[in-house]
Design a protein around this ligand. Sequence first.
Ligand SMILES: C[S@@+](CC[C@H](N)C(=O)[O-])C[C@H]1O[C@@H](n2cnc3c(N)ncnc32)[C@H](O)[C@@H]1O
Length: 213
Amino acid sequence: MNRLYTKARRELGQLMYERRYGVRTAELIELDELGIAQEGRGYYVAASWRILRRVLSRREIGPRDVFIDFGSGMGRMVLEAARFPFGKVIGVELSGRLHEIARQNVAGTRQRLRCRDVELVQADVLDYDLPDDVTVVFFNNPFQGEVFGAVTAKLIESVDRNPRRLKVIYYNPVEEELLLGTGRFRHLRTLRHARKAALGSPFGWTHIYELTG
Ligand SMILES: C[S@@+](CC[C@H](N)C(=O)[O-])C[C@H]1O[C@@H](n2cnc3c(N)ncnc32)[C@H](O)[C@@H]1O
């Protein structure tokens, strides 16, 4: 009864939030429904609305900071990041259908966003050239295995080309071993974002890392 009540309250809270901002991001969609299923790609489900506000403080973000969400789906984290004073916010999404919904979500809320430069790119992350000024990276377990390895390598190459501090926020960090195995990322913090998160499972946890040049 208690669990049902908590779940209903959470879902109602999300619905009210989406109503208030006139956006649509809350669904679970398998990637085969979108015609883009492949080994190493998971599903679409948005991260919790409040996660960025728990991880980032407005004081630490300035106009020289650039945020990117790899696998941005319907754009929930792009919208959230754009409420911070980032110089630029980028979302990269493979699915044309999700990209289009994200575009509408951003278009409908642009007036309320603090960051004026929001870019949504429809692309496979493997074909995307990471800009060398990105300072905050968000992953909500978007892909695993070789794809995750290739993106991790792009982050390292970018920081080696243009030395800087890069913060990585990894929601449900399924490929943490791969990330830490490079020897370049330092684990900074762990947050529990799901009440039922079990110790030893990556689900329900958000890990924050730092990569420096
Ligand atoms: C779990 S959802 C996260 C959505 C969003 N980041 C959020 O938290 O609201 C993962 C997303 O990654 C996308 N994705 C998977 N493989 C991808 C790839 N190779 N290139 C770009 N996007 C990809 C999926 O289509 C899906 O929308």
